[in-house]
Design a protein around this ligand. Sequence first.
Ligand code: PRX
Length: 656
Amino acid sequence: MSSETPTTSLENLSREERRFPPSEEFAAGAIATADLYDRAAADREGFWAEQARDLLTWSTDFTQTLDWSKAPFARWFVGGELNVAYNCTDRHVEAGHGDRVALHFEGEPGDTRSYTYAELTAAVKRAANALQDLGISKGDRVAIYLPMIPEAVIAMLACARLGAPHSVVFGGFSAEALHSRIEDAQAKLVITSDGGYRRGKPSALKPAVDAALAKGAPSVKHVLVVKRTGQDVEWDDARDVWWDDALAAAAPEHTAQPMDAEHPLFILYTSGTTGKPKGILHTSGGYLTQCAYTHKNVFDLHRDTDVYWCTADIGWVTGHSYIVYGPLANGATQVIYEGTPDTPHQGRFWEIVQKYGVTILYTAPTAIRTFMKWGEDIPAKFDLSSLRVLGSVGEPINPEAWVWYRRVIGGDRTPVVDTWWQTETGAIMISPLPGVTAAKPGSAQVPLPGISADVLDDEAHSVPDGGGGYLVLTEPWPSMLRGIWGDDERYQETYWSRFPGMYFAGDGAKKDDDGDIWLLGRVDDVMNVSGHRLSTTEIESALVSHPKVAEAAVVGATDDTTGQAPCAFVILRGGAEQGDDIVTELRNHVAQEIGPIAKPRQIMVVAELPKTRSGKIMRRLLRDVAEKREVGDVTTLADTTVMDLIKSGMSTSTES
Ligand code: PRX
């Protein structure tokens, strides 16, 4: 990991001086009030125990809130038993809410389907039986590679019901990336579809599964295939089963079995600082408690009247916690949308808000900046008056985008909650509370009640107000990751060794004069592209796996729309031809190895890379080049002329 200190300057972020307190009317009706902070501060564990008991239904009550004796391996709600899927489905039906809509599905081509809680429960029960018929039982891993369709939610809940941890792989990842995740988790079943709709066209998924399994994945016994697009698919009779056939043949009734609070719920792979993605492990009771708690309090969920919409894909943690587990545990009504914001027109999101009367919208700064570029007249054509809370997640939101979001989408009326968290934290950690906090555009501001965070300097001292450093979480929290799948050592090393006894998030942060926290982006070799997390080393590994590449360095350069964009510097092997063809070939190679999201925006063929005398690539200097800045201090370079060489070669680069 590089030890570069955060580079984004607070001055850039804090130009907006206005504060946005909630209206009196909003504050008066808000779910979360200021006393929540006091209650949590007075007795942190007691507070979480109360949340767990209030928000969830336990088959067996827990006897201890937190066991931290084997830190950093936590056990929350020790002795407690519950079934996560039961909490997200059956119990709402049993409480008389079976007719409430759980999901309004909007397909990209315009097809729609709604599921009430009774219908969702029935579908999950059948799917659980179908999985069982395919040999899946408690503890088996199931890989899910699906578009944003209701079956994705049903499949995840069916796994949870059986205690079979799911590993959802984003549909935009390549066969290669899917294969490595299937292998690492030793999945027994893959659930996929023939395809999904993307930008107005059917886009195939099953061929990637076939290709992944052809690379060798002996753990996989079956592939369950949802029919979505009707595309032709290759079929292996011994292995492949249609979802509809399996569900039709399955028994309709299924009784959920209680699981230990610490039973693994899912593995979700995310990019780290080394080439190999990490399988982040989450368990049941603590994870669901914090998902439900944050979803209710941060979004001010009034279950009977709100219509919630999170625009994430279930392939990312936001989709896990804030499409599946948080909202469904809370019995919310939500919209899920399959496609892109500009299909068939640039007003699609606002058309959906108007159509379903969406009241709470949760999206990413990248999307907001794209909408800003498209112009205010597009949302102005739709009735957005139903909206009452807006959320942002995935990357720092610049104050301009924050203010635009509130003014244009929120009618200058709605609170905006900028929510900081990570795959590893499982749920929101730092965020305003919409009925309490006077919001500051660009700042996530304060840890939620029950959460403890700080900003430390290099020597692990808490920085004073006005200072900058590294974000840490100073106390364990219920939805924290329980480890990295199969690699306890990497878990301790990655998160708990930089500042002993504290969780190191990998983000730079500042405290302003009020002590509010501003997130400044990653301080390690992880970049954030459109709110998607990618590792520079993972892209470098993909590049050097190409036979024509001798060496590669990748940096995340600032990008107006996507936040950051991968920019690559490559040294070709002797004899390899330079020029545009090689650049296109390498970009496609990265798409094939990882997925189209990882394609470098720019690839520069260079003769040398800037290295220190110990051979470490100085990415800071490459970032200067990629961002077209004056190149910084080069005195530690082994060869100080290298940067001149690279800059003079800039003209050979290709942008797309
Ligand atoms: O750098 C932070 C950024 O996204 C990283 C986590 O990425 P991932 O695990 O993919 O989860 C994304 C969705 C929770 C963090 O380390 N990040 C996330 N939210 C924010 C953010 N940076 C600034 N402000 C945020 N609100």
